[in-house]
Unconditional design. Sequence first.
Length: 631
Amino acid sequence: MLNVSKFGLTGLFILRQMYILVAALTTEEPPADTNGPVFTEDVPSTVVFANTKGASIDCTAHGLPPPKLNWIRKDGTVVKDIPKVLQVLPNNTLYFLPFEPNLFQPDAHSQEYRCIAKNKGGKIISRPLRITAVVVDRYKIYNVQLNDVWVISNGTAILKCLINPRFVNEYIKVTKWTQDSKPITDHDRVSAMNNGELHVRNVQDSDASLVYRCVTRNILTQDTKTSPAASIHVHDPPVIWKTPNIETTDTGLIIQVGKTAELPCVATGNPLPNYKWTKGSKTIVSDKKKFEQKGGNLVIHNLTVTDSGVYKCGVFNKKGSTSVSIQLTVTSPLSATLYPADQIVDAGRVATFNCSVQGSPINEITWYHNGEPLTNSSRKHIIVDNRLQLPAVNRNDQGMYQCIVGNDVDMSQATGELRLGAAHPAFLETFDTVLVQPGSNVTFKCAVSGNPPPTIRWTLDDELIYSSDITTIKTYATEQADVVSTLHITNIQVQTGGEYRCIGSNVVGKVTHMARANVYGVPYVRVLQNITATANQPLIMKCYVSGYPIGSITWFKASQALPIDHRQKVVNGTLTVEDVQSAYDDGDYTCTAANSKGEGMSRNVLVRILVEIYKYDSMRLVNYDVSEDIP
């Protein structure tokens, strides 16, 4: 049952007694260790499929407990099945069904998706997946055109494989060129460019008798088409002199590391122009190994990341000069690693994640916490390049962290987990003072975070409360290891009103919250325990009073209301006496509580003062308690 007796407090003596008497309530066992989710492999960044074939995209992740998987759209809405269009299979595969053209839905078939994995350890998000469904019928019919070209003898002819209508270009690729029905391979005089052009250098009269064709493939249907034949017409240079004019239009190339790049630069003019390539202030010299010049084109073999940059093709003859710049971007597959991948940090300490990236180029690094993007606008974290720092870790910082790195053609992500180490208890929920009639039922609730998970105990007027016929205590731990406790009081009376405290504690520290249960009725003073104090030390006595309303709380000594001198002070029912002396402060004290009508009650407490004296013992002074001589 509820013990409503008042235990007196004074100095360390009383604190020591409280530690002896208090027994903490135990909570449920904390949840088992968890491992946050980690993707088994990255989802692709782009998927293009024909409406006649459909597509499926897998997303798998591991963790403890096994994570729950979902797909979301760009706006954050969860993907649901769409009849005849889209299904999310039981294994979380995103399956796009083959569909008729009239069932094309832009919100499904031209959309950005992301995969979400979540468990108790936190949440992670995949890199964006761009889905493009193409209605094949719109791209089946197209024409391939190849026109004759006229070029000065010894000049460079540019044959262009033209696709009409132009909107189908994205899905039509030039796969090969033929010369008199024989496949053409690159050599000193001929280059098949990535943009669908064929460059024939140093043309001669004999080239005029040859017939050229380009062959294309529809990547949606795999159908091929061959262009009509075209020829190169060779003519003599004009009589007048002409300044150089650059015919090629490419200003940027993106090529993978290890491949060969051919930077186009073809110009007309009279006389035929000369070419000079530079990168920055450095002139590029053909060595046939790394760099090779074919006509005006610059060929760079065995590309490395350092080959990226702006290349300038200068063209000049006796009449004048011109130039064009081409941006070469050499890419290597991106891969990211987050370290430390798993760290435990005490509350208030600094946590740092470093995102180590391999590959090139690195255009952006985006940080995520539990699937939400982080920016430097928040004071809670600092992002500098590839480093994320959390200056003072708290419970809201635990969970999963990701860095997602990307460029125009590639993207990769890495995952790390932050677990909270030792954390001081903190209240998540508390209760307010209540005013009730006798016989009412009252419930107080508090929730406390901390690590290790804190224990919670309840007190009334600093006296520990246990479950009984009139008090019920229920305490449990949440999935986040927070501890929630409720105290239910049945049929509350004036004697069971007063100061209720919820105390949450662990090895790091404790927190206390107090609110009153004010019960209508005549003021009631809780029993005061006799106190033994030490001379020359302060004495603190609190008078615990319940009932409502309370008009006054007064302390008396020898029927005289206190305070009577500068050493005494009474605040909110607590009497403080500084520098207690046996001659003046020893004896009976009375606490009286009353309402405005004078109704109330009093309690007495006996205060005994221990006097310390020094007794001479041959060679030394000994601290001596006079009470030792009292029989």
